[in-house]
Design a protein around this ligand. Structure first.
Ligand code: SAH
Length: 395
């Protein structure tokens, strides 16, 4: 087996058991490992500390599979990790009411670069690292055996693959080709999900717990759901008795699917207004028209794709939050999110505080939110925490 020998300076990383080893931390590579192949990891004083997958074109040169020098990165290893992750989900979710959830959350479930989501009878996978790709066939076989799904579908059609010298990929990996729309259940609500063309693996599973929280806040309220996608938050708002729901999204197909989802749950579509437009513009228009709402949800896409975009992203977050605060009736509620990993919880709160000052409203945080519990964050991998949310009371 090929090996990497680390620099002395990398000892502290190894002590903290961080699963990423950057190219700059490597002193020397023994052998000629191929893309994704398993390598031994040695400290500068030649102590074997574990195994990882080698990725010669990525800045993250090695992703650690195991810090146990006794481990063999073979079938049993993957089976154990996958089964453990599955057991955890059974403890944290009521699977009689929810059959769409994340089974494997990559680094945080000890399987760097591997995402596996369950959608009813189907599994949808993303192989995002060279190491996950290298072990793909083995992983598919184990997933098939452990979960016995109707089909396993790949949604590795993402840009990050190119950093690992992998082409984007999408298609059936095993079993049946899923229908265009798959019906799933989330907290007892029904949703249609497009596994093949939807965002991420089809649905924003990470917002499940936060969507459920809307049930407590939306009763008899006029709700504005910005960046509504396929109506996740809207369904919960209507189910709890919202007076009206206005949805804004640039994607007309997402809005169409949102309507179907609202009808699928037997909810009243006549109090729903859809606006196919850019939230930044629509909020300005509402401000000029002096339109107001009781509850506003801001769940934008990732504004900061890299550290260099933090400033620009911060301006974007401040802009929409400032506008939303101005549109809220006294005592209104703002659900505001950022899914940019590069924007820390602390920075996000500062941005919202800046928006509150400029809006000349008094704003209080009444709840702090994060990604749903099937998206755990391993403490040795703080990068795993990306979704931050605040529920604010705007006086
Ligand atoms: N809250 C949703 C997920 C939102 S994802 C849920 O719970 O399912 C972000 C959405 O924002 C996507 O549907 C995307 O089409 C939309 N979007 C991106 N930029 C936009 C913009 N500037 N204005 C309006 N919608 C936008």
């Amino acid at each position: 087996m090929s090996s990497v020998i680390l620099k002395k300076a990398a000892d502290s990383f190894i002590k903290r058991k961080h699963p990423w080893i950057f190219s700059g931390a490597i002193e020397k590579v023994d052998g000629n490992p191929s893309n994704g192949e398993t390598v031994q990891i040695f400290t500068s004083n030649k102590i074997l500390v574990g195994y990882g997958s080698y990725s010669p074109s990525s800045q993250i040169r090695v992703r650690v599979w195991s810090f146990n020098p006794e481990e063999k990165i073979e079938s049993d290893f993957f089976r154990r990790k996958i089964s453990l992750a599955s057991e955890i989900r059974k403890q944290i979710l009521d699977t009689s009411k929810t059959n769409a959830y994340r089974i494997i959350n990559a680094e945080s479930d000890g399987l760097p670069g591997l995402i596996v989501d369950r959608y009813s009878e189907y599994l949808v996978c993303q192989f995002l690292s060279a190491g996950a790709e290298f072990n793909k066939n083995l992983i598919i076989e184990i997933l098939d055996d452990v979960f016995n799904p109707a089909g396993i579908y790949e949604r590795s059609d993402v840009e990050v693959r190119t950093r690992e010298a992998l082409q984007p990929a999408r298609g059936v990996l095993k079993g049946k080709d899923p229908d265009e729309l798959i019906k799933v259940e989330e907290n007892g609500f029904r949703f249609l999900v497009d596994l093949k063309n939807g965002h991420k693996t089809g649905f924003y599973l990470d917002q499940r717990d936060n969507r459920e929280l809307i049930l407590q806040f939306a009763k008899e309220k006029t709700v504005l759901n910005c960046f509504s996608y396929t109506g996740g938050f809207s369904v919960y708002a209507l189910a709890s008795g919202a007076k009206s729901v206005t949805q804004i999204d640039t994607s007309s197909s997402a809005l169409e699917l949102a309507n179907k989802n609202i009808e699928l749950n037997g909810l009243n579509i006549s109090c729903v207004e859809n606006i196919n437009g850019d939230v930044f513009n629509v909020l300005r228009k509402f401000r000029d028209e002096r339109k107001t709402f009781d509850l506003i949800i801001l769940d934008p896409p990732k504004f900061a794709e890299s550290a260099s975009q933090i400033q620009q992203a911060s301006r974007g977050y401040k802009d929409i939050n400032l506008l939303a605060m101005k549109l809220l009736n006294p005592g209104g509620i703002l659900f505001t999110f950022s899914c940019s990993g590069h924007i820390s919880q602390e920075l996000f709160q500062k941005i919202i505080a800046g928006a509150a000052l400029d809006s000349e409203r008094e704003v209080k945080i009444i709840k702090q939110l994060t990604q749903s519990s099937d998206h755990p964050v391993a403490l040795n991998f703080p990068e795993g925490l990306y979704l931050k949310g605040l529920v604010c009371l705007v006086e």
